[in-house]
Design a protein around this ligand. Structure first.
Ligand code: ADP
Length: 580
């Protein structure tokens, strides 16, 4: 299962929304580019005036000097305006990209955990890295360049028409060739370059496999097979490169022709018009110069088309993440008490393959229940259901009579929390790291939570106390300190029931004793379900549930189960007697 990809309509709507949000900045950028382009267009028109003046004998040298000065001023103005326009475009690009990234992060943070797990983190990671990178490239460099090139191209055509519409019509001579050639190329270039990239990956894989496995290849006489594999990869790479080269070998000459054709047509057509008296030599010169000036912006626009295609694909993958459906809809019911019950819970990851076959557990408020059993028996799955992360396939897990999956997520976490290996320190202040668990918590609340987990002393000793910046780039915390922060978050979250998956829990077996003490203080007064992978945890629990093949086989206190002489008694005897 992969995360969704946004439709073209959604991508367009998002782009429109981004443009609307940055309307002000966009207008400034467009205005600057327009002014710069206008300044740049003065040249040909002025040269035309000089030519007509000189050939007509109406212009003397003083006049030429003045026009030359105006020309110089226009060039200086163009340079200055272009600089500011480019700068503002870059700022705009960064702004757009920042909003996009912020929205994306907010979406990712809201994603249902079950979806992320089902899709695997690889897909999400590719979208947060490669795709964001690709969009960033397009937005940062593409948007400014496209704006400049677009505005310049349009204004150049406008200027030519202002000089002489009849002559300017000739500028469009190259359009048919350009349109046909570009469409032909774009249709083939995307798949062509993708195939080329894939062939690099295949060849790289084949070669490194050969090198890494050289002993195996020799031992099993696989050399001929391996050689033909590498040969095939090489052939594919050569063919794919030939293909894109062939595309370029047609496309570039075609664009060159479509760029030069207008100049020739303007001159020939212009000569005819001069002969019939409909245009002056100066006007034809000016329009021909405009036709030549048009080449570079149009060329630039075409070269960005490819990039835009890649960027749009990446954008649709980024926006698509927002299309993940909610995995729960709050019903608005409020739990009557803190009593957590699982009744006849079944669960199947894949349809028809049940891993839990009707588990019922009634947790007494404040009790400590250990779940033990062989690996693969369904302990972790049960833990996730009891923490409300996934909905059971059938049966229900409730708190105070309300199904866990019917509670809004924020609310759910204040009832039941799954404790995982939260060693992660977020970049930010210590206060930021803590208030993630309870936004808006006062500083005294934060301090109290830190005191519970014995962390207040070292935090107070930090250069800026709660406001010390930690995480990468800031103060680096020790693993024990990071664990204490995670525990303090749990104190702030204050759920009455904790599901502790020992395999991934905070309880690092090598953890210092004081950390364990802090942990115990956090567990105090709460209902705890501990998925035990070590039997001594089970021994200390009020009750023990032995899970085997998706069933609760035995349920009772340590003494009861040992006395009963079942599976647990056996496990205990072998573990306790046989040395650990
Ligand atoms: P335990 O925690 O007791 O080791 P689990 O709850 O992790 O057991 O696994 C129970 C069964 O469910 C196993 O057969 C395991 O292969 C299967 N299982 C666990 N996670 C997944 C998953 N994400 N997709 C498919 N099957 C899974």
């Amino acid at each position: 299962m992969l995360l969704p990809i946004a439709s073209t309509a959604t991508v367009r709507a998002t782009a429109a929304r981004l443009i609307r949000r940055h309307r002000g900045a966009l207008s400034v950028v467009l205005a600057l580019h327009t002014l710069a382009a206008v300044a740049g267009l003065a040249g040909p028109a002025l040269i035309g005036v000089i030519i007509d003046g000189v050939t007509g004998g109406t212009l003397v040298s003083a006049g030429i000097d003045t026009i030359a000065l105006v020309l110089l001023a226009a060039i200086v103005a163009q340079a200055l305006l272009t600089r500011f326009a480019q700068r503002q475009s870059m700022v705009l690009g960064e702004g757009v990209f920042a909003s996009l990234r912020e929205e994306f992060l907010a979406t990712v943070a809201r994603l249902p955990l079950s979806t992320v797990e089902a899709a695997g983190t690889g897909d999400l990671l590719a979208r947060t890295t490669n795709d964001i990178q690709s969009v960033a490239q397009t937005v940062r460099f593409g948007v400014p360049r496209i704006l400049v090139a677009g505005v310049t191209a349009v204004l150049t055509v406008v200027a030519a028409f202002v000089v002489n519409p009849a002559v300017a019509v000739g500028m469009f001579a190259g359009v048919p060739i350009l349109v046909v050639a570009t469409r032909w190329y774009l249709k083939r270039s995307g798949p062509g370059y993708q195939r080329q990239l894939a062939s690099y990956a295949t060849l790289g894989g084949a070669i490194s496999e050969t090198v890494d496995g050289v002993r195996t290849i020799e031992a099993l006489s696989l050399a001929p097979a391996q050689r033909s594999k590498v040969d095939a990869a090489l052939r594919e790479r050569r063919e794919s490169e030939w293909y894109t080269l062939w595309l370029r070998s047609w496309f570039f000459p075609m664009t060159d022709i479509s760029f030069l054709l207008p100049v020739i047509v303007v001159l020939a057509w212009g000569a005819f018009l001069v002969g019939s008296g409909a245009a002056s030599i100066g006007a034809v010169t000016a329009v021909a110069l405009y036709a030549m000036q048009l080449v570079s912006p149009v060329d630039e626009l075409i070269s960005w088309l490819d990039e835009i295609q890649v960027g749009t694909t990446a954008l649709s993958r980024i926006i698509g993440v927002a299309d993940v459906p909610e995995d729960r809809h709050a019903t608005g019911e409020t739990p009557a008490d803190e009593h957590v019950v699982a009744s006849d819970v079944r669960y199947a990851y894949r349809e028809g393959v049940e891993v839990l076959h009707g588990v019922s557990l009634d947790l007494a408020v404040g009790e400590r229940l250990a779940i033990v059993g062989p690996s693969g028996s369904g302990k972790s799955t049960l833990g996730r259901l009891m923490a409300g992360i996934t909905e059971p396939t059938s049966g229900r897990v409730t708190v105070g009579g309300v199904r866990l999956v019917d509670l809004p997520l924020d609310d759910l976490r204040s009832h039941v929390a799954l404790v995982t290996q939260e060693h992660h320190v977020f970049v930010g202040t210590i206060a930021d790291n803590l208030s993630l668990a309870r936004p808006g918590a006062g500083r005294d609340e934060l301090a109290r939570a830190l005191r519970v987990v014995d962390a207040l002393r070292w935090v107070a000793a930090m250069p800026k106390g709660l406001d010390t910046v930690v995480g990468s780039g800031g103060v680096v915390l020790t693993p024990a300190q990071a664990q204490q922060l995670a525990l303090a978050r749990l104190v702030l979250l204050d759920p009455h029931t904790l599901i502790l998956d020992e395999a991934t829990s905070l309880l690092d077996p090598t953890a210092a004793r004081d950390l364990e003490r802090a942990m115990n203080r956090v567990l105090e007064g709460r209902t705890v379900v501990a998925i035990a992978h070590r039997l001594h945890t089970a021994h200390d629990a009020d009750r023990i549930a032995v899970v085997r093949d998706g069933y609760v086989d035995e349920l009772g206190s340590h003494d009861e189960l040992v006395a009963a002489g079942g599976a647990y008694a056996e496990l205990w005897a072998s573990w306790h007697g046989g040395g650990r």
